[in-house]
Write a protein that binds this ligand. Structure first.
Ligand code: CIR
Length: 262
């Protein structure tokens, strides 16, 4: 499992107006639809700018959170896995990806049991870490390890701090040896063997960044994270994401990315 951040294809879903009703833990106000659309468009442009060919799916109005396509599925060059998100309102979202995944991948597996969100899966060079959370059950995580093995990947279950939505809400892979992580998540020891760049206090909301090819997409509202990424020698593309953050989302969850082998 090397070069886990090299991609040339991605699947995204355009937001429908219902997106403003997306789930959120903090109970804050709805974001403006126009702002979500603008942030999503900026994100799509950033992926295209990084060299990815995009498959843009139509909105799913009945599912406000359906733009977060990486929760109901995972993709790899070897195949895709349709997951079962742990939020009741999102449980069947994977069915709306099935025909697209069948058309684009040789193998499409299903999570055999339990619940797992793609946001809880951090794919690293030597393993896929699967965080247990309010959305990902131990049964689902163990079932996912079996599905990953079919595709040739090794999964490993990890604990995540109770206050985070997903493992990747609090951590991101920056390069083959380095992760960005909140202090609380790093303190659990799950990144042993990796260099950890800790998110500065007060900027925990910016821990979800997306390494894609030669660049890292990160939130424009987190200046100290941006500085740390720059100091680490990364080519940083800062995007506005306050509207999607209002519905608890970041950059990794808005696309399914993979490298289609020539
Ligand atoms: C949810 O709570 O499911 C959505 N409002 C946000 C999902 C974000 N996904 C992610 O971080 N992987």
């Amino acid at each position: 499992m090397s070069e886990v951040f090299e991609f040339n294809r991605a699947i995204l879903r355009r937001p429908g107006v219902s997106v403003v009703k997306g789930l959120r833990a903090g109970g804050g106000p709805d974001p403006e639809f126009a702002d979500v659309v603008a942030e999503h468009a900026g994100y799509a442009a950033a992926l295209a700018g990084a060299g990815l060919e995009l498959t843009m799916l139509d909105p799913l109005e009945a599912f406000p959170d359906a733009i977060f396509v990486e929760d109901p599925a995972l993709v790899f060059p070897e195949g895709a896995i349709i997951l079962k998100p742990g939020a009741p309102s999102r449980e069947v979202e994977g069915e709306f990806l099935r025909s697209t995944l069948n058309a684009l991948f040789d193998q499409v597996l299903d999570l055999p049991r339990g619940y797992a969100d793609g946001g809880d899966v951090l794919v690293m060079p030597d393993k896929a870490l699967i965080g247990l959370s309010a959305r990902t059950t131990r049964e689902g995580a163990e079932a996912l390890i079996e599905a990953l093995a079919v595709l040739g990947y090794r999964g490993e279950v990890a604990a995540t701090p109770a206050e985070v939505l997903h493992l990747k809400t609090a951590s991101s892979l920056l390069d083959a040896e380095t992760v960005l992580s909140t202090r609380a998540l790093a303190a659990t020891g799950i990144f042993a063997g990796y260099r950890v760049i800790e998110v500065p206090e007060g900027e925990e909301g910016g821990a979800n960044v997306l390494r894609v090819n030669d660049r890292v997409i990160a939130g424009a509202g987190y200046p100290r994270i941006l500085e740390l990424l720059d100091q680490h020698g990364l080519n940083v593309e800062a995007l506005q994401n306050a509207a999607i953050a209002a519905i608890d989302a970041g950059f990794t969850c808005m696309s399914l990315r993979w490298k289609l082998k020539a």
